[in-house]
Design a protein around this ligand. Sequence first.
Ligand code: GLY
Ligand code: MN
Ligand code: MN
Length: 436
Amino acid sequence: MISKKEYASRRRDLMAMMQPNSIAVIAAAPEKIRSNDTHYPYKQSTSFSYLSGFAEPSSVILLIPGRGQGEVVFFCRDKDPLRETWDGYREGPAGVVANFGADDAFPIDDIDDILPGMLEGKDRVYYAIGKDAEFDKQLMVWVNDVREKRGSDANPPGEFIDLDHLVNEMRLIKSAAEIKLMRKAGEISARAHCRAMQLSQAGLFEYNLQAEIEHEFMASGAAGPAYTSIVGGGKNGCVLHYIENRGKLRAGDMVLIDAGCEYQDYAADITRTFPVNGKFSSAQAAIYDIVLAAQAAAIEVIAPGLEYHLANDATVRVITQGLVDLKILNGDVDELIEQGAHRDFYMHNAGHWLGMDVHDVGDYKIDNHWRIYEPGMVVTVEPGIYISPDNTNVDKKWRGIAVRIEDDVLVTKTGNEDLTSGVPKVREEIELLMAS
Ligand code: GLY
Ligand code: MN
Ligand code: MN
């Protein structure tokens, strides 16, 4: 759990980065209709969560450094016995003061009357520019309200600064408490992949393994999948974001599962590829071992002080060399790398930041230079080889084979830590687990 103290210190750190005489306006995510009058399960904006831990919709937080009556102001849904009977508990203004670190709180229904007064006299407003068109409009309505109400004496803010830029940089470096949660998300997700391996057999459907994976997530106290689970049997694994998960699993095929849970707001992201019946064929093994070697080479070069791109470069080199060794690619390895020849078989990058969002926030480059790893960053490492069933340029035995192997790696002071090591990835270990 993230403590109230940590949320407060995040807000303080953010306020310390804001320029003088500023206000930050942070809006909760809107609710979304799924069908007719039913909603998708509500998902709070991750930056809003990061700064508050408050999960209710229709909320706005203001950070006003130097405000005498309190720097942290919440607007939230008022208590309402009738609505709470239908939709569940609400904190209400008193609740967010008692439990979420608000210094001052008001019902959201009063925001149009109160917020313009808080903008008045401020030079600049920090907010997530362009993230939510409705909110962009709303903010301008409030700013214009300052102008209209105060006439010629009005002193509305004239400068608007992207808040996400500051928050994203904070979120990129995980605290000890965040790392603990990410470790837990990794452990649960690893266990789920083990369960799928152990229960896999020909004749099942992809959704059966999805159900086993997600069962383990929920039974372990996770909120659910952090993203739509991908379960692709055989050539379906060649579709990078395959989420139909309706196909039948066939003996002799492999199945690629990319699934990770969300545990207390933090995502895990694991991919394993294994034979439906527990035994790799020699063609599958050959491709598999290249991907595994590529991943190992990438993990080698994830440590403080090293540049972000090195891991990707390492995967490209190992995969290109491996495809040349199997005669799937022909030519000089350096020239093939130069040409990007691997792109027909490995069409994505080696990974991405991981955190509250599965594709987490944070810049990959600063002033056009690759980011240098620092302790507390978490990155996925997920090379793959996907040989299209329609690729007539390669020998038939390779067609339709798809392998991705993905783990979540924390940068530590001395190197890195694999947060998802609880599920095997060496072929012999997978076969052993599947036989048990
Ligand atoms: N699960 C999506 C990804 O691996 O990036
Ligand atoms: Mn993934
Ligand atoms: Mn990923």
